[in-house]
Ligand binder design. Structure first.
Ligand SMILES: O=C(O)CCC(=O)C(=O)O
Ligand SMILES: [Fe+2]
Length: 348
């Protein structure tokens, strides 16, 4: 039976140095943190409405979704529908592909991409949701910049500035993990729905539906065991589930391994304590993958805190370097990082 990850819940209201310190502490130890949902930053009713929309899209017939296949002329490069088992986050272990489908919505720069009618009918909601996610990511990046004592407070945020109308790898992704059929024998066995991986970008916001049966997410702990990530770690004091944030490879690489890009996966079953319930089956989640502008150079972050951190992130940095085949002294951009990272995951 897996243990529960102890991920701190941070209330980011107010601009105190203390909040910044808490965010940095969580990002550099767990690589994961919860942000208390104040009900305004990303309104719970918008989260619920987005899940309704996602369910409606995924329940369309296959042929309707296939019209919007990822990379197709209609959907665009890296946009659109990823069919069941269309990708594997851990290709060495899950050769046949993850049992999930997805829909990628790129950042609305300069405008929202063409969408299937069922989604485009709610383009206001989608746009509002994307903007709210980006605003929260910007806030977290500001807090990290403060805690890292970067002299320019906009150092990170200017490199993620969507108002410049420049391309980035940012993508908002709807995910659907259909119910796993189980026989009475394997009912309590864990099944991997999304293979072990770390995210590629700067930071990810993850939304799950607010019932414990939809949890399913596990993080790899420093002792190499899996710990489950609850949807609401403290229901007694938090009326809304907090927003889950995790650090991606790029930010880890960029901070010389000080910020941790923690490996995670999605499972179903396992003593019924996490994952998909047997009663209602399907699992839905949504992830906002925030990336820097493609042109951003991954040059050293001017931070005294990172300098003082010294070689303590060496192991993490080495792992990150390997993933992108980085040679010391080589200057790469966020776009090159993403391309190399995708290559090493998908063996393109
Ligand atoms: O569905 C989830 O809970 C997590 C998905 C995930 O980690 C990813 O798509 O990168
Ligand atoms: Fe992930």
């Amino acid at each position: 039976m897996s243990s529960t990850a102890r991920i701190p819940v941070i209330d980011i209201l107010g601009d105190s140095d203390d909040v910044a310190r808490q965010v940095l502490a969580a990002a550099s130890t767990h690589g994961f943190l919860f942000i208390k949902n104040d009900g305004v930053t990303i309104p719970p009713q918008d989260i619920a409405a987005m899940f309704d929309l996602s369910r409606a899209f995924f329940s369309l017939p296959e042929e309707d979704k296939a019209e919007w296949a990822i990379h197709s002329t209609k959907a665009g490069l890296n946009r659109g529908w990823v069919r069941m088992q269309g990708e594997s986050l851990d290709p060495e272990t899950t050769k046949q592909g993850d049992p999930k489908e997805a829909f990628n919505i790129a950042e609305p720069v300069p405008t929202l991409q063409p969408l299937p009618p069922i989604l485009s009918a709610s383009s206001d909601l989608i746009l509002r949701f994307q903007t709210a996610c980006h605003t929260l990511c910007t806030r977290i990046l500001t807090l990290l910049g403060t805690a890292l004592q970067i002299p320019d407070p906009d150092w990170f945020t200017s490199r993620h500035d969507q108002t410049l109308n420049k391309p980035s790898g940012t993508v908002f992704r709807l995910l659907h993990y259909p119910k796993v059929e189980r026989s009475s024998q394997d009912r309590d066995e864990k099944r991997v729905l999304a293979g072990a991986h770390s995210d590629y970008g700067s930071i990810t916001l993850l939304f799950r539906q607010p019932t414990q049966s939809q949890a399913g997410l596990e993080v790899l702990t420093p002792s190499r065991t899996w710990a489950r990530v609850p949807i609401n770690p403290d229901p007694a004091t938090l009326s809304e589930p907090p927003i889950l944030v995790n650090i991606g490879d790029l930010l880890s690489f960029w901070t010389k391994g000080m910020l941790k890009s923690t490996v995670h996966r999605v499972v179903s079953g396992g003593h019924g304590e996490c994952g998909v319930t047997r009663a209602n089956g399907d699992r839905y989640s949504m992830a906002y993958f925030c990336h820097p502008l493609n042109e951003a150079k991954l040059e050293p972050v001017p931070s005294e805190v990172i300098r003082q951190y010294g070689d303590r992130g060496a192991e993490e940095l080495e792992a990150q370097r390997k993933k992108v085949g980085w040679k010391p002294g080589e200057a790469i951009t966020a776009q090159e990082h993403l391309e190399r990272r995708l290559k090493s995951t998908y063996m393109l």
